[in-house]
Design a protein. Structure first.
Length: 447
């Protein structure tokens, strides 16, 4: 896998390697009461910490944070175990709760399943009020079930449309300057047509096609079309009537029509090399794009299909093992990990959006007036995962133990639609499969 795609996996949370572990998650048993055997403990002693081994700079930032925590006080010693990212979710899935660590990292969409399978404890009683209050609203939305918080992240993610100002200007295309004046879907299609007229091969758009859509990128990258069309992946425990509405079908037909303008981008350089004027991707491509385009790089919201522009959000987060005997110490470690120093070090290492209010306000990239302010503005208008109003922007992928099935069926449908399948039939088939699975599992209800 190229470094470009690895970059996506590591900073966007969606994890291209997640498709297999997510499918494995769906096959897990679970349910019943979420009362875990977590014990507060003395707040002293040694605690175990598990994390995914991402890029070197991320691992170094985390190792430095653990070392600093251990030297900052004498009550608690944290012992860090790094597990290769490709094996990480599978490792938690297949490990009995009694053998899991006191503190563990997890990829955002997997959280509800780990709660369902009694592997995570609610953290509200163990992290400080200050830590919870300082978490961004979008980060809290990803980590909340039934009013309880099970995870908080050091960083978040977001999607946008990168534009090449020079190519846009040459084609006479007017582009949005902020969230408030985003393109409609029709205006975006018109922009593609205008750009095509000035392009040698007629390919003016990058949709990260080479990553593959029948994977988590399909859901993370393009569920915003569903939400922007006023639909949902699932609503009230049902996909039928939410995922396959006429408005969503129409939006997917529009998405399908863009294929003629798309550069397959097999080398990963379509936008950086100036072959296309527009790239639909996330914050993680900014370093590469900024270096390549300089002042010609503009950052735009995704097109509006009627219910306002939308973006995905969510990333790796931290939680407390359900069977820990020292949750107070685990909470103290999380408090330290989520302070400005460590969050800033981590987000400097991976380029992601800080998931705490104070670190975000000071970030050179994401602060007001920064080059990536758009991503912060989007996350400042969170939707959660249920009421997706026109006025909100950042949508959390469904916080349910059934998410593995939702993402599997939706991304499969999306890939088929992009390849020419009838959008109505593909979405209806996906909705039926999701609903059947939820029916078979009593709605994945978490009491």
């Amino acid at each position: 896998m190229s470094s470009r795609n690895s970059r996506f996996r590591r900073t966007s949370c969606t994890g291209l390697a997640l498709a297999l572990p997510l499918a494995a998650l769906a096959a897990c048993g679970g349910g019943g009461s979420t009362n875990s055997s977590a014990e507060a403990g003395s707040g002293k002693g040694t605690i175990s910490v598990w994390a995914h081994q991402g890029q070197k700079s991320e691992a170094a930032a985390l190792q430095a944070a653990v070392k600093s925590f251990n030297s900052s006080q004498s009550k608690v010693k944290a012992e860090l175990k790094l597990i290769p990212e490709s094996d990480y979710t599978k490792t938690i899935t297949t490990t009995d709760a009694s053998q899991l660590p006191d503190v563990m990292e997890f990829d955002g969409p997997t959280m509800a399943n780990f709660v369902y399978n009694k592997k995570l404890a609610a953290i509200d009683s163990y992290v400080s009020v200050k830590t919870l209050a300082n978490a961004t609203a979008a980060s809290k939305a990803q980590g909340e079930i039934g009013g309880k918080h099970y995870g908080l992240g050091m960083f978040d993610s977001g999607l946008g449309m990168y534009g090449n100002k020079k190519l846009l200007d040459e084609a006479g295309v007017k582009y949005p300057k902020s969230l408030s004046d985003g393109w409609t879907a029709d205006q975006f299609t018109a922009a593609l047509k205008a750009l095509k007229a000035k392009d040698s091969d007629g390919k003016t758009l990058d949709l990260q096609e080479s990553v593959g859509y029948a994977k988590e990128w399909g859901t993370y990258g393009f569920a915003p079309i569903v939400w922007s069309a006023g639909g949902s992946l699932i609503k009230g425990g049902k996909a039928e009537g939410a995922l396959d509405t006429p408005a969503v079908v129409s939006a997917m037909k529009t998405f399908q029509s863009w294929k003629t303008y798309v550069d397959p981008n097999t080398d990963g350089n379509a936008f950086a090399k100036g072959r296309v004027a527009l790239s639909w991707v996330g914050h993680w491509m900014y370093p590469t794009y900024s270096e390549a385009l300089g002042d010609d790089l503009v950052v735009l919201p995704l097109p509006d299909f009627g219910n306002g522009p939308k973006t995905g959000q969510g990333s790796w987060a931290w939680g407390i093992g359900a069977d820990t005997k020292n949750a107070k110490a685990a909470g103290a470690f999380m408090d330290y990990l989520l302070d400005d120093t460590n969050v800033t070090a981590m987000t400097t290492a991976n380029g992601a959006v800080p998931a705490t209010e104070t670190a975000l306000a000071k970030s050179p990239l994401y602060k007001q007036g920064g080059p990536l302010q758009l991503f912060a503005d989007q996350l400042a208008q969170p939707c959660g995962d249920s009421d997706i109003a026109k006025s909100c922007v950042a949508v959390t992928r469904p916080v349910t133990a059934g998410y593995p099935v939702i993402t599997s069926k939706f991304s499969e449908a999306l890939s088929g639609i992009y390849g020419g399948a009838d959008p109505k039939s593909a979405l209806e088939k996906a909705a039926r499969a999701i609903d059947q699975d939820f029916s078979d599992n009593a709605g994945y209800e978490i009491p």
